[in-house]
Design a protein around this ligand. Sequence first.
Ligand SMILES: NC(=O)c1ccc[n+]([C@@H]2O[C@H](COP(=O)([O-])OP(=O)(O)OC[C@H]3O[C@@H](n4cnc5c(N)ncnc54)[C@H](OP(=O)(O)O)[C@@H]3O)[C@@H](O)[C@H]2O)c1
Length: 290
Amino acid sequence: MDKINATNAGTFKFDDDFIVNRLGYGTMQLTGKGVWGPYKDPAQAVELIKSAFDLGVNFIDTADSYGPWNADSYLAKALKEYSDSDKIFISDKVGQVRTGENEWVPVGTPAFLRQEVELSLRMFNRDHEDLLFLHRIDSHIPIEDQIGELKKMQDEGKIKHIGISQVSLDELKAAQKIAKIDAVENMYNVGHHKDDDAIVDYAEKNHMAFLPWFPLDTGNLVQANSPLNDIAKKYNASPAQIALAWLLKRSDNIIPIPGTSSVDHLKDNLSAANVKLSDEDFEKLSDLQK
Ligand SMILES: NC(=O)c1ccc[n+]([C@@H]2O[C@H](COP(=O)([O-])OP(=O)(O)OC[C@H]3O[C@@H](n4cnc5c(N)ncnc54)[C@H](OP(=O)(O)O)[C@@H]3O)[C@@H](O)[C@H]2O)c1
């Protein structure tokens, strides 16, 4: 087996057709400052995504709101240039409008959610979304209308699996009354996990994938003074690998989706699959957040 390969992380089974490797990739870094506008070198962004495919990554988390549309356009090009693109599982998100750098506005009007799905399918040249998240619940619109529209599109064959992002356990349970929810995507990492430990456990019990966004705490866990440095030295690993190894050990339903614009960091992150934390070190790391 190759030393650096997402397959080393094990798999998560969405259904009989789709089994994904448990180390994915998130496209959000492939934009301009404040997740706004194009990445500085679009051709490099496309190559980076293709490198991820070559290294066994078959789970890509993305959203039309990254740019908007910039990250998706690089993903679409990478898929077009990749011979096995039908084996790539796209985890997509709808329900957020962008108005400027670091500005995000939830918009859950059913017609708008539908338009986003239709435009994304055109962008990726596909007839269905593998996994489609409601990126944020729009508090101005009943959740029944938002998840209900995704359910309608699922019944029409346009969405295979439905997910929901940045929710409380109560919101997740409310969504489950409207449609089958197969995945949750919340902020979660070794430095910030206590708020959502119960959701991870609930998702695991109900066979839902859990995507921890900011798995590296958007870079804070990999700084020179990282709180993970001591344990990283012990395992001859990088702090990024320790942060990801903790997520992989935390629960079998977790699929980390670290974002990077660097092939070296991509390889570093995928090597996390080779780091096997002891139970004792796992507990020590879990206690970092008091
Ligand atoms: N559902 C949601 O609401 C939501 C919200 C936020 C994000 N997300 C998803 O989650 C994904 C991950 O989040 P993220 O990319 O914002 O944060 P992240 O994965 O926690 O961290 C990314 C940062 O870490 C750096 N980095 C990555 N690997 C590294 C390594 N091995 N060594 C040193 N530095 C490293 C990156 O810089 P370099 O480019 O220099 O590597 C970047 O600055 C996103 O891409 C997106 O798909 C979802």
